[in-house]
Design a protein around this ligand. Structure first.
Ligand code: FAD
Ligand code: SF4
Length: 511
């Protein structure tokens, strides 16, 4: 999709702008809010740290190029594990379209039991399922959420389903934001066919059509606050070709309203650098991650697991144990690069890729993530997994392995660093509760909750309207506000909450 984005690095001078609303970050939440505010007639500018990747560029990119251009830290961000828990590789986007561009397209509404918890335990008003229904419907229409047909299931996913159903697990089709998907399985590295309707295909073009201006390559440093009210932001232009001896150019925006949508890992950093009152001392804390684990299995027959939708089925049968199982696959090139061994051994393992099946599981975690300002640009990121969540990991590994063996796998590869393949007997004999946390291979694509929404300035960072308790006219709309872990992929929740907040701003009820 082509729509006009101005690369601030190409303008060649500092910028000084005066607008109604400035939105920081162009991902899932920022795109929704920018679009709705612009369509309501406001003068909106969006500032995005990353570059714009045009569809024509994505088509010709190898995954390794995509990782370098569109993923923060090339996908290598780590939340350091504390208290004997695993360190977690947290991935996120840094480009026009944010992490929305990198998703497998999976869309879940917030589970009813999570919304009940927000209403009853946290006391949040206006978040009951029927109150959020119109916002979910609006987003689902805009990004075309549809069920993945069984015909798009890969043989990898079908193998897992075969085994899981023998164990009594119920497998259901996933819903994704797609139109015309051909099952090429590349979703995480940008859809080369324009079939995944991420915000760069939906909300951002609409925002520009309604008059919003989007500047890429702009790193927002802080919110300017005077007399307890947000007045705008100050930023630096990210010019990767700039000589280190030349001063960086800047962007100053004066605005009636500042909307932070820099994602759950970076919005807290901007808040911490700005003079926002923080009575709760919760900025950057309480982060949940949905720690996730992958299980590989080798079958005798050829599966070519990359043929089919990357993600097509899931199971919530283990919800009561805090576990959600979600199908996935990894492009063969990326898979080969992450396999252990050198020389002939590596070649032998890589030759097995067509015989591999993969499934993933994530934990509906209790939190324990924190980001704080570090010496450089990126945060110091830690995750102290709760004892309850640590105890869920062996069960998760056991269930995924059992399912693959029930489907006839020859061996499985549990998510343990340095672990060779295990036969069924070896797998059954292994006590996974004895594996040290630091040896577990754990990842996350879902940071949430680091500037949580709540009913009191003593325990939360933003109000249910999205406005911060600490500065008037300053809003947070991204994954940071989600007050608890969800147990399911979060983009739809984030976009529906952003819609709710934007609608409140437009009607004036959020001011
Ligand atoms: C590989 C991957 C796969 C995923 N798959 C799914 C899926 O299938 N289903 C699902 O529901 N969720 C999925 N997610 C999660 C989902 O993408 C995120 O939860 C969602 O996009 C978060 O929205 P956000 O607006 O909070 O942040 P983001 O979408 O991450 O947007 C934040 C933006 O802010 C920019 N930014 C940060 N700091 C600054 C600054 N100082 N100045 C200017 N700009 C800044 C960033 O560059 C980024 O573009 C996936 C995520 C990843 C990484
Ligand atoms: S499977 Fe291929 S066509 Fe379908 S959404 Fe993913 S990248 Fe696009």
């Amino acid at each position: 999709m082509s729509f006009d984005v101005v690369s601030a690095a190409r303008v060649g001078r500092s910028l000084d702008l005066d607008v109604d609303d400035v939105v920081v970050g162009s991902g899932a939440a920022g795109a929704v809010v920018a679009c709705l505010l612009a369509e309501s007639g406001r003068n909106v500018v969006v500032l995005e740290e990353g570059p714009q990747l045009r569809a024509s560029e994505i088509e010709s990119m190898r995954p390794s190029q995509h990782l370098r251009k569109a993923w923060r830290d090339g996908g290598m961000t780590v939340a350091v594990g504390l208290g004997g828990g695993p360190s977690i590789n947290v991935t996120m986007g840094r480009a026009v379209g944010g992490s929305s561009m990198l998703t497998g397209g999976v869309c879940f509404r917030t589970p009813a039991h999570v919304l009940d918890d927000w209403s009853h335990r946290l006391g949040l008003k206006g978040f009951a399922a029927q109150e959020l229904e119109p916002h979910f419907e609006e987003v689902e229409r805009a990004i075309n959420v549809e069920e993945v047909p069984a015909s798009l299931r890969s043989l990898s996913t079908k193998k897992f389903i075969q085994g899981a159903e023998k164990l009594g697990l119920v497998i259901e089709p996933l819903r994704r934001n797609t139109r015309g998907c051909n099952g090429c399985g590349r979703c995480n590295f940008g859809c080369p066919h324009g079939a995944k309707l991420s915000v760069d295909y939906t909300y951002l073009p609409r925002a520009v059509a309604a008059g919003a201006r989007i500047f890429s390559d702009v790193l927002v440093n802080e919110v300017v606050i005077e007399d307890g009210r947000a007045q705008g932001v100050s930023a630096t232009i990210v010019d990767r070709a700039r000589s280190p001896f030349r001063r960086a150019q800047t962007v100053k925006v004066r605005a009636k309203r500042v909307v932070l949508a820099a994602g759950a890992t970076h919005t807290p950093l901007i808040l911490a650098r700005s003079a926002v009152r923080d009575r709760s001392r919760q900025i950057g804390r309480n982060m949940t991650l949905h720690p996730a684990f992958r299980m590989f299995a080798r079958f005798d027959e050829r599966l070519d697991g990359w043929r089919g939708a990357l993600q097509s089925a899931y199971s919530r049968s283990l919800e009561h144990e805090g576990i959600t199982l979600v199908g996935l696959f990894v492009p063969p090139g990326v898979l080969a690069a992450t396999m252990p061994g050198f020389g002939n051994e590596h070649v032998r393992r890589a030759a097995d890729i067509p015989h591999l099946a993969v499934f993933g599981g994530m934990i509906h975690d209790e939190g324990g993530g924190a980001v704080r300002r570090g010496p450089g640009r990126e945060p110091i990121f830690t995750y102290d997994m709760s004892e309850t969540d640590k105890q869920r990991i062996p069960n998760l590994i056991r269930k995924m392995g059992d399912a693959f063996f029930a489907a006839g796998a020859r061996e499985v590869f549990p998510p343990i660093l340095g672990q060779a393949g295990l036969t069924a007997d070896a797998f059954r004999a292994k006590d996974f509760s004895k594996v040290p946390g630091l040896k577990l291979e754990c990842s996350s694509q879902h940071p949430l909750g680091s500037a949580r929404m709540g009913v009191s300035p003593d325990s939360s960072v933003v109000q249910s309207s999205g406005e911060t308790w600490g500065a008037r006219g300053l809003y947070v709309v991204d994954g940071s506000v989600v007050p608890t872990s969800l147990g399911v992929n979060p983009q739809l929740t984030i976009m529906a909450l952003a819609t709710r907040i934007a609608r409140g701003m437009i009607s004036g009820s959020a001011r």
